[in-house]
Design a protein around this ligand. Structure first.
Ligand SMILES: Cc1cc2nc3c(=O)[nH]c(=O)nc-3n(C[C@H](O)[C@H](O)[C@H](O)COP(=O)(O)OP(=O)(O)OC[C@H]3O[C@@H](n4cnc5c(N)ncnc54)[C@H](O)[C@@H]3O)c2cc1C
Length: 412
């Protein structure tokens, strides 16, 4: 049996767990991160690298709800479901449908906007602390529309985002061509000039891990699967593992649901599987993250390669990657850049997804010896430093700097 002691155990060494661990260590606390895997090798590795302060729209909305049956049943849609997973996903889908009603959508967008508002500034600060400033690209992000009708339909979406504090400029076909001359002609675009992105999210999370370990955080390579609560201590247990601490933070991304239940909280966490393909090339054909909206993926210029990342597949944590989803991404990339050869590598990751698109951040209902920090869905990279600040404030007994009521585990 391997036994450890510290003040705080963080379960999960993804971008969220590592940002929390670093922050807590900077506040003088002794911290152990428990993860059987290499730090940053989960969803935090293969994402699109956008610090998406503009992504205030929840995944579920009245428009998505209207099209949900056709979206889910069409194997080629950007939001698909594995047939074998329909029964096990039914409770999540039901909650997702309820959260897609108009009033819930507005409430969820407000909750997300409160979290994302300063996410770029917080990443700028964190990048300085961990030596990652050179990995930040400050060229904004661009949505592009294939048809004039899709471009017109985007107007109300962008107006809604402006109301939530997002800076966005609608640009016509010439404007898109001026921003991204390497793209084939598009009907128009929505340009988010203040957005920041990463040229290598895996490397950035690696720097975050190095900074956390340099600040005294210890990494225990083990799987956590339960807790035993004592009077003044809580012990994280796992196969051959006992870590005795005063507080635990569950930050195991899409794998957090069973841990939450073991701590006394039932949360409707599931996963939206996402994919990426990469082509090695010295200069990518786009200069900032570009999302062809009808395809549901991003074209991301990354260090020495083009990464095409995205799409949503509801399909659980255990089934293997779907060759069909990868093929769809590849076809989508080649529709824009016909000369692309076969991709150099492929990847699948698990977004930790809540039906309301709002993460779970805050103390367990069973007591403040356990904190939750997962469920960030499409914006976990974006929200890691914000989540770390909120969790550190809560643990220190300080009032968080924003209203986080919508994210509390007690909402279920
Ligand atoms: C294709 C794709 C594109 C994306 N693009 C973006 C984007 O552009 N911008 C953005 O903000 N977000 C994006 N995301 C979402 C983002 O990547 C995730 O929300 C984020 O990485 C979640 O971080 P995490 O630390 O919670 O989880 P993870 O990075 O998955 O880390 C969880 C860790 O917990 C560990 N773990 C699991 N179970 C246990 C256990 N029982 N005991 C101990 N450890 C355990 C795992 O090994 C893993 O290391 C994207 C996601 C995908 C899939």
């Amino acid at each position: 049996m391997d036994r450890y002691e510290a003040e705080i155990a963080v379960i999960g060494a993804g971008v969220v767990g590592l940002a929390i661990a670093l922050r807590l260590a900077q506040e003088g606390r002794s911290v152990i991160v428990i993860d059987p895997a290499e730090p940053g090798s989960g969803a935090s590795y293969g994402n699109a690298g956008t610090i998406a302060d503009y992504a205030v729209m929840p995944v579920g909305s009245p428009a998505v709800l209207r099209n949900l049956p056709s979206l889910l049943l069409n194997r080629n849609s950007p939001l698909a479901i594995r047939q074998a997973a329909i029964a096990s996903l039914a409770p999540w889908l039901l909650r997702f449908a309820v959260q897609s009603l108009p009033a819930a959508t507005l409430r969820n967008a407000d909750a997300i906007a409160r979290l994302t508002a300063d996410s770029c500034a917080m990443w700028e600060e964190l990048a300085v602390e961990i030596g990652g400033t050179a990995l930040l690209q400050r060229r904004g992000a661009l949505y592009v529309y294939a048809s004039a009708s899709a471009f017109r339909a985007a107007e109300s979406d962008m107006e809604f985002r402006r109301e939530k504090g997002v800076t966005v400029d609608l640009v016509d076909a010439a404007g898109v061509a001026a921003l991204e001359p390497g793209l084939p002609p598009r009907a128009g675009g929505a340009f988010f000039p203040n957005a920041v992105s990463m040229s290598d999210p895996g490397r950035m999370v690696g720097l975050l891990a190095e900074a956390a370990f340099a600040a005294g955080v210890r990494h225990v390579r083990a799987q956590a699967d339960g807790f035993s609560r004592g009077a003044a201590k809580i012990t994280v247990t796992g196969p051959r593992l006992q870590v005795s601490v005063r507080r635990v933070v569950i930050a195991a991304g899409a794998h957090s649901r069973d841990l939450a239940r073991a701590a006394g909280d039932r949360v409707p966490l599931d996963t939206e599987r996402g994919y990426h393909l990469e082509w090695d090339m010295p200069v990518a054909p786009v200069t900032r993250p570009v999302c062809p909206t009808e395809r549901g993926f991003y074209l991301c210029p990354m260090a020495g390669r083009l990464r095409v990342a995205g799409t949503v597949e509801l399909g659980g944590l255990t089934s293997p990657p779907s060759p069909h989803r990868l093929k769809r991404l590849e076809d989508g990339a080649r529709a824009l850049f016909p000369d692309l050869p076969a991709p150099d590598r492929t990847w699948m990751g698990f977004r930790p997804s809540m039906p309301d698109s709002v993460p779970v951040i805050g103390p367990s209902r069973a007591g403040p010896d356990v904190y939750h920090a997962y469920g960030h869905g499409h914006i976990g990279l974006t929200l890691a430093p914000v989540t770390a600040r909120i969790i550190a404030d809560m643990i220190a007994g300080r009032k968080p700097d924003r209203d986080v009521s919508a994210a509390l585990p007690s909402r279920f």
